[in-house]
Design a protein around this ligand. Structure first.
Ligand code: F6R
Length: 608
């Protein structure tokens, strides 16, 4: 997620901006930039890559004199991570500078309107429309102009703005993207998050949606969207910097789990319009969709598990045959890709070596490839024929949670779209599924709020040696991910088994007290899974069951039950995985493991 910082005061601004941006690095970024007013003009510097490059370019800010400026770390969404796409963005005369965090949803329309009026764009970003829009509406009165563009811009934004003809002021405004104002002894600041200002002040004000802040060297004023002066309270921050970066959560993993409702909304909402699924970015005609004969889903780790889930959905709903492969196996098995095949590569980082190699193999065989990727401009995003982004934002914890949830949503949407085009999903069926899909964020939140109960249960298992996860159908896919989460962050051996397969060998490992997590969310398989629960329980297993609300009969056969809210049978993974993530997290915390950086693991696996 992008980070913004602004400073106006007695100090040289550039070093303050660089320092503030360094405290926002945890948000993830791929380029950085800043603009500083030097008394005559607005100077700027931009650099792709780490903040260190921007620091070196500006000699730690020394080459950019001036005591009013704005800075930015960009996490690419619209346009690749390049110098020209890095912020700040400007109007043509470079008299207005803007940094932005968020997404301008109507930027295509605004860009067209501005282009028709003769404005020229030098980046691919949505942000640049803001700079030109400010120019278009500029009356010489910044406050009025900022308020005016707020009526024109749709989406989310936190903005830092400098007008060259009002050089003693920084303007800032937000809607649905975070923004705080810091009141310091020798200057005032804006930032996306508290850590960026803590070195200079602990007096912080949280700006609400559609409020404008006007910062000068010796004062801060707040206005509403009508330009009326409003009163706001400042708070004293008591947390230390580490806690602040994690937004008060103990670990990034917990923070990211809590971001899942937002991630699901962000991945879903822009693709549902007027009761229809619109995935414009695919650029696939209905004819092309109808021509798909087979889908190959290829990925690694958790991303692979989302593919295992969606196999059931593509096949069950759209009746398209699906093969799912672990990327490191796919490339070496001399795969047969027939005409009419669509290869879907799923990857959070977009850089996983095996997934990238599988993509290249598929392209070499001449079939259409589609990347479902989180990191904009990553290798897989660039090389795939078609791209569908998951809008999870940067994921810091090594163990994926929110990107996993976003990958599921992207695949639900694809499967539903394909089913509809292939005449397998009626309008009524679609509306019913969309209704359930839209309920998922609130349902996920509900499950997250149940964390206290799961924490208590998890604490009983910190000394466990082996844990088994079982399920059938989609519940098997959920088990795979539940098991991986546990072993990777708690170092407890665990295995996932298709519930019916256990008795073909593995059941010999069940002893008195062995924990078996049984997932039973699929109505048509419920009784079968219960039989498998009975098999392990009679051999001494302690059974934790995850099932749908209403399936209370399971309490006769399971020792501990977690209920998930009712949803469409194809969406249960999005809910059932939440208690399993929480369970793994609390076992790991209880054992004192390094939750965010488990031993031997890397966030992005760029080697075979
Ligand atoms: C597990 C996890 C990994 C990744 C896998 C693929 O929590 O995060 O299993 O899912 O390494 O990574 P991406 O999605 O970046 O290709």
């Amino acid at each position: 997620m992008c980070g913004i910082v602004g400073y106006i005061g007695e100090r040289p601004a550039a070093p303050v901006l660089l320092d503030g941006l360094s405290k926002l690095e945890y948000r993830g970024y791929d380029s950085a930039g800043m603009a500083v007013y030097d008394g005559e003009k607005i100077n700027f510097a931009k650099a792709t890559g780490r903040l260190k490059v921007l620091s070196e370019l500006t000699h730690d800010g020394e080459t950019m004199p001036g005591s009013a400026g704005i800075g930015h770390t960009r996490w690419a969404t619209h346009g690749a991570p390049t110098d020209s796409n890095a912020h700040p963005h400007f109007n043509k005369e470079r008299t207005i500078a803007v940094v932005h965090n968020g997404i301008i949803e109507n930027y295509v329309k605004l860009k067209k309107k501005l282009t028709d009026k003769g404005y020229e764009f030098c980046s691919e970003t949505d942000t640049e429309v803001v700079a030109h829009l400010l120019d278009y509406y500029y009356t010489g009165e910044p406050l009025e102009t900022v308020a005016k563009i707020m009526h024109r811009v749709e989406g989310s934004y936190a903005l830092g703005i400098i007008f060259m003809d009002h050089p003693d002021v920084i303007y800032s405004v937000r809607k649905d993207s975070p923004l705080i104002v810091g009141r310091g002894k020798d200057g005032n600041l804006i930032a996306s998050d508290v850590p960026a200002v803590l070195k200079y002040t602990r007096e912080v004000c949280f700006i609400e949606n559609e409020e404008i802040a006007k910062l000068s060297r010796d004062g801060i004023e707040f206005f509403n969207v009508d330009g009326d002066l409003i009163e706001k309270d400042f708070k004293t921050i008591e947390w230390d910097i580490n806690a602040a970066e994690k937004g008060g959560y103990e670990h990034f993993m917990l923070k990211e789990m809590y971001e899942q409702p937002k991630t699901v909304r962000d991945t879903m909402n822009p693709r549902i319009k007027d009761g229809q699924i619109i995935i414009d970015e695919l650029g696939m005609t209905e004819e092309e969709i109808r021509a798909i004969r087979k889908i190959h889903i290829i990925a690694c780790g958790s991303a692979y598990h989302t593919g295992v889930t969606s196999k059931y959905i593509f096949e069950g709903l759209a009746r398209i045959p699906v093969e799912v492969d672990v990327a490191s196996e796919f490339r070496y098995r001399n795969p047969i890709l027939e005409e009419g095949a669509l290869v879907i590569i799923i990857s959070q980082s977009g850089e996983t070596a095996d997934s990238l190699a599988a993509l290249r193999e598929a392209k070499a065989q001449g079939v259409t490839t589609l990347g479902i990727v989180n990191v904009v401009g990553s290798s897989i995003a660039r090389e795939a024929d078609k791209i569908m982004y998951t809008w999870a934002g940067p994921e810091i914890a090594v163990a994926t949670t929110k990107a996993y949830s976003a990958q599921l949503i992207a695949q639900y949407l694809l499967a539903m779209k394909f089913a509809q085009v292939k005449g397998r999903l009626s309008e009524d069926g679609l509306s019913e599924m969309l209704r359930d899909l839209k309920r998922l964020p609130d349902q996920i939140e509900l499950l997250l709020n149940n964390k206290g109960r799961i924490q208590k249960f998890a604490n009983r298992y910190i000394a466990a040696k082996d844990v088994f996860f079982i399920g059938r159908g989609i519940d098997y896919a959920i088990s795979l991910e539940g098991s991986l989460k546990l072993k990777e962050i708690s170092y407890i051996h665990s295995e996932a088994y298709a519930a019916g397969e256990l008795k073909h060998g593995t059941i010999s490992l069940i002893e008195d007290g062995t924990l078996v997590a049984a997932v039973a969310t699929q109505d048509e398989l419920f009784k079968k899974t219960v039989s498998n629960i009975v098999e392990v329980r009679t051999r001494g297993a302690f059974v934790m069951a995850v099932t749908n609300e209403g399936n209370t009969e399971i309490e006769k056969n399971a020792d501990y039950v977690i209920y998930i809210p009712q949803t469409n049978k194809y969406f249960t993974n999005s809910l059932a995985i939440i208690p399993l993530q929480l369970f793994s997290y609390y076992v790991s915390v209880g054992k004192g493991c390094d939750v965010d950086k488990p031993r031997n693991l890397a966030k992005s696996v760029t080697v075979e």
